[in-house]
Design a protein around this ligand. Sequence first.
Ligand code: NAD
Length: 484
Amino acid sequence: MTLRPLNIDPNKCFIGGAWVNALGGGTLDLMNPSDGSVLCKIARGDAVDIDRAVGAAGAALAGEWGQATASERGRVLAKIGRLVLENIDELATLESMDVGKPLTQARADVVALARYMEFYGGAADKVHGETIPYLDGYTVYTLREPHGVTGHIIPWNYPMQIIGRSVGAALAMGNTGVLKPAEEACLTALAFAEIARQAGLPDGALNVVPGLGAEAGSALTKHPRVRHISFTGSVGVGKLIQEVAAAHVVPVTLELGGKSPQLVFDDADVDAALPFLVNAGIQNAGQTCSASSRILVHRSRFDEVVMKMAAKYRDLRAGPALDDHHIGPLVSMRQKEIVDEFIAKGHDLEIAARGEIIDGAPSGGAYVTPTLFADVDPGHTLAQDEIFGPVQVVIPFDDEAEAVAIANGTDFGLVASVWSQDGARQMRLAKQLRAGQVFLNNYGAGGGVELPFGGTGLSGHGREKGFEALYGFSTLKTVAAYHG
Ligand code: NAD
């Protein structure tokens, strides 16, 4: 398979500006989740390949990329953004086939990737230091400097968007990077590297080493020359990475998912809320860190909300990704099994509605029937654990205090939203909800290139997106000059 029109071989690593074989010589099968066939072989990079990639990234730091001015870096990123858009059909098709994402959603992800490049291209020369009034005879100022070689370990659910927010911000600040995409979906990471090369990103500034988490991922985390690690994925691996990084005292940004609630009050405009209530749960088949998997509803509106959400669920269809149904397959059979097991754990609950897997969907595809559970106890597994599938629970509450207690009653804290016309309540809850982002009368699953994003609790720490990411991908130096 060749990734046309980029003409790259997916069975390679991208190191030092060149397409090279993984030195171990191993390959992995990349599965097509829509039918269970093998899409292509990808490189199985290991510690040796990671070491080469880190070496190339170190050389780029001492070379062209390290010496580029902030505006030169910005210009390259902006050009990458333009080339991303020029290749929208190719990139969307790759992401759709690889992740199992409906084509329309994959196209939106390409646009988001281009937006990240535009945003961070424009922001590269707008991160300024400060002057600080100090003692008589002194001038004190601060400098924002890159960490150096940064490691980016990303998951399979939104490869392009996560490359945009993580690699884009790191490069804007003058870092170089090694990207380890997920073994389940890495084609757009490879395509992105080729686009960046064509846009003039100097050799070694970005390197991509596909492979297994326990091999390439682990080697990247452990490498002593990597000075910052950004990780998006599961809580278990996030903890491991933080532990390993501690050995080198390296900062980590962890984005580990959530159990994000939307709170619907008695005075809410339910019809305006409805598309957000459902879409935020089923977008990308629910495999979204900021998916809204819990819908908390004031008891006076409970039956109405359940009835209206159920009507939408009955219309949901899951089918092959390129055919662009509401929902594609999950990324893998393993992920399907996890989600089906969760649904089975709801055997004692009321199923308000289910969608359908289309007739004729390939039997080897990782399809899950979208399922809405009503009247779920907040302590139930389905209301506590991240499911990462097209499954939502609706939970009733009687007053504001109870709504906040339920909303804050999981170990996660990523996103929350409040649906209410009461301005004072909106302000109170924006403060009281434990989340990195709070939306008032809207919900933004994964949206908003400009909006700082990240979690509290088991959702992780550190912020990506917006200008905040640029502070995270740089270190602050204070210069104190005595001149008398
Ligand atoms: P994962 O955490 O195992 O994988 C994410 C990335 O980490 C991949 O690139 C993987 O290769 C890498 N990795 C795995 N082990 C590693 C190690 N020891 N050292 C360094 N890197 C390593 O996630 P998963 O198994 O693909 O998914 C499992 C669950 O994680 C999902 O069901 C979901 O709940 C959650 N998840 C969350 C997000 C998110 O956006 N926050 C994304 C994907 C998965």
